[in-house]
Design a protein around this ligand. Structure first.
Ligand SMILES: [Zn+2]
Length: 56
């Protein structure tokens, strides 16, 4: 998981945090502290990118 702020340079990902939960928690804390809009993205697998797999 990768999260980033739309209003400043803040970002967090599983490269810096151990789990998706920690990334999400950090993003929520940034939102609470600053009121900024934080966007979260699920990184696709590096080898396979299938556009047909959209399940929301
Ligand atoms: Zn921000």
């Amino acid at each position: 998981m990768y999260t980033y702020c739309l209003e400043c340079g803040w970002q967090a990902s599983t490269a810096t945090f151990e789990t998706d939960t920690a990334v999400s928690k950090s993003a929520i804390e940034h939102f609470v502290e600053t009121g900024h809009t934080v966007e979260s993205v699920r990184l696709p697998p590096p080898a396979v990118v299938l556009e047909s797999s959209s399940n929301n």
